[in-house]
Design a protein around this ligand. Structure first.
Ligand SMILES: Cc1cc2nc3c(=O)[nH]c(=O)nc-3n(C[C@H](O)[C@H](O)[C@H](O)COP(=O)(O)OP(=O)(O)OC[C@H]3O[C@@H](n4cnc5c(N)ncnc54)[C@H](O)[C@@H]3O)c2cc1C
Ligand SMILES: NC(=O)c1ccc[n+]([C@@H]2O[C@H](COP(=O)([O-])OP(=O)(O)OC[C@H]3O[C@@H](n4cnc5c(N)ncnc54)[C@H](O)[C@@H]3O)[C@@H](O)[C@H]2O)c1
Length: 501
């Protein structure tokens, strides 16, 4: 066995691990990245980038498709037929995806040769790891092993008909009919894109949720808007799932009942399972780390330091354990199960890397306002506090519909609903949820405003150009202001009052 000594050992060379490496070395520490899987990050290989490439192709097809009537509306006639070449779509996706992956790999290649160990790591002790034929002794360890798609047992009989986001982007061409399980971010983004690329899509959810939205009014609008485009049942009654053979071809046979009680028996050439992602902890032998573990075996940690702690004793946290001293072990990215977005993986990596290098003198960092965008069309946004986490008695919800919003109507994308939540006592904006055209842009304005602690009165006096989608934000703020006046009997400052009225 080879033996290596380092200041900071980072398990996982994904977006979080690489950010941790940069932060630790910047702070003067010697750092070692350990990764036994494919390099290039989930984001570039099988996540953010290939999914957005598929969506870009889908939206191009949707804009031109005769059945949507979009071009016709503008008086533009497309003579002849529109043909989607699925092989070309997937080839272009992979070419661009490989370019992004190549850029990440190039960055890793620029790290010193001895900075990367290609093996899976497991704990022997809190700061002692086994990785292939190497023993690694570190002053501090960072867990950055990401998450992996869940594959519930009910799909096992389908064998190779099943795809997850880890395998879909390798398809040589597009399927004809697909059943999508899940109504979360991945299902919605990929399912809608496939539908727009001419694939017949049936989407089956469980429990009624949609895209992570927690505001019932926004979720209802999203269900209606997306459900007009493809079959969408957020709480599906699936009777059976089986693999059947038709000549040379295997198919997935799915029997289900529609919300209005109709019995359907259909066959599909592919099934996409997008039923969630779970932290990758199984190969880590966490028992040997002595860390306090919480839900699903994820180490308990302090969100502002990304630092784990030792278990007080061997009992699980739910049983009174897990209250021990801070450990020289840090965690970052999807593996912690908290904020599964790329920007957060990078932020958490930076915090973990900085603190691991400085251990035991760790610093508490302020976290940014949560911000999530679903790249459906219309896009969905969730900023700051989720509606479900707010006390309805202490907030007002201002809303604006995009069904008749000026710019949205000009562009013929006038669908959606935005709801903003303001605190009655402080008049501060606390959160927002919505489904609206180009929401990715004003999602940022809203998240930045929440992070700055802005009040509704301050925001409404900000400049809003005309005609822009952001005017929909002003309408929601105006509505919130009117509700604040109504419920608190407290008039806003004069300029805000004039605009709000
Ligand atoms: C389809 C899809 C679309 C997405 N779209 C978006 C989006 O549009 N916007 C957005 O913000 N986020 C998006 N995300 C989420 C985003 O991709 C993740 O939040 C981010 O990639 C997480 O980075 P990470 O470093 O935690 O994990 P990863 O990049 O997965 O890195 C983990 C690394 O750990 C390694 N590893 C695992 N176990 C071990 C072990 N025992 N020893 C050594 N190495 C190990 C793995 O090989 C891997 O390289 C998407 C995700 C998916 C799946
Ligand atoms: N735009 C983005 O930022 C983006 C895009 C894609 C993915 N991601 C990240 O990846 C993470 C994982 O995405 P995801 O969509 O896999 O998970 P998710 O947790 O968002 O959604 C999973 C969905 O599957 C449903 N479900 C569970 N079991 C089921 C079953 N047996 N049958 C049918 N439905 C079932 C759940 O009710 C839920 O709606 C997200 O949390 C997200 O942060 C981000």
């Amino acid at each position: 066995m080879k033996e290596l000594n380092t200041d900071v050992a980072i398990i996982g060379a994904g977006s979080a691990g690489m950010a941790a490496y940069r932060a630790a070395t910047k702070a003067g520490a010697k750092a070692l990245l350990i990764d036994g899987g494919a390099l290039g990050t989930t984001c570039a290989r099988v996540g953010c980038m290939p999914s957005k490439l598929l969506i870009a192709a889908a939206n191009a097809a949707h804009a031109a498709a005769p059945e949507t009537g979009r071009l016709d509306t503008f008086g533009i006639r497309l003579d002849g037929t529109l043909r989607i070449d699925g092989t070309a779509v997937m080839d272009r996706l992979r070419t661009e995806r490989d370019r992004f992956v190549g850029l990440v790999k190039k960055e890793i290649e620029q790290f010193p040769a001895d900075a990367l160990l290609r093996a899976n790591a497991r704990f022997l002790a809190p700061t002692r790891l086994s990785a292939g034929n190497t023993l690694v002794q570190a002053r501090a360890v960072i867990i950055a092993t990401g998450a992996t798609p869940t594959l519930p047992d009910e799909f096992a009989p389908l064998g190779d008909l099943v795809a997850t986001s880890d395998t879909l982007f390798e398809w040589p061409a597009l399927p004809t009919r697909i059943a999508v399980f899940g109504t979360g971010l991945i299902a919605l983004e990929l399912g809608q894109a496939l539908s727009r690329l001419g694939v017949t899509v049936r989407m089956f959810g469980k429990g009624g949720s949609l895209g992570g939205l927690t505001d019932p009014a926004v979720a209802a609008c999203a269900r209606q808007t997306l459900g007009a485009e493809f079959y969408l049942d957020c709480d599906a009654d699936v009777v059976s799932i089986e693999r059947v053979q038709q000549g040379d071809a295997a198919r997935a046979r799915i029997v289900y009942r529609t919300p209005d009680g109709k019995h359907r028996d259909e066959q599909f050439d592919r099934v996409l399972v997008a039923t969630g992602r779970r932290p990758q902890l199984d190969k880590l032998a966490l028992d040997a780390s002595g860390l306090a573990l919480g839900k699903h075996g994820v180490p308990l940690f302090d969100e502002t330091r990304m630092q784990c702690r030792f278990g007080k004793d061997s009992r699980p946290a739910s049983d009174g354990g897990g209250d021990g001293d801070p450990a020289p072990v840090f965690i970052a990215g999807d593996v912690d199960g908290q904020r599964p977005w790329l920007n957060e993986a990078a932020d958490e990596g930076r915090i973990a890397g900085t603190n691991a290098a400085a251990w035991p003198d760790t610093t508490s960092f302020e976290r940014s306002t949560p911000l999530a965008v679903v790249f459906s069309d219309p896009q969905m946004l969730m900023c700051g506090a989720r509606f479900e986490a707010l006390d309805p008695d202490t907030i007002v919800a201002g809303q604006s519909s995009f069904d008749d919003q000026g710019r949205a109507r000009i562009e013929q994308v006038n669908r959606g609903l935005l709801r903003v939540y303001a605190d009655k006592a402080t008049r501060r904006l606390l959160g927002a949820e919505g489904i609206a055209p180009h929401a990715e842009h004003f999602a940022h304005l809203l998240a930045w405003s929440i992070q700055r602690g802005a009040t509704v009165d301050e925001l409404i006096t900000m400049p809003f150009y005309h005609p822009v989608f952001e005017e929909g934000v002003r309408s929601a703020l105006r509505d919130a202001m009117a509700r604040l006046v109504e419920t608190t009997h407290c008039a806003p400052p004069s300029l805000a009052d004039a605009i709000g009225g």
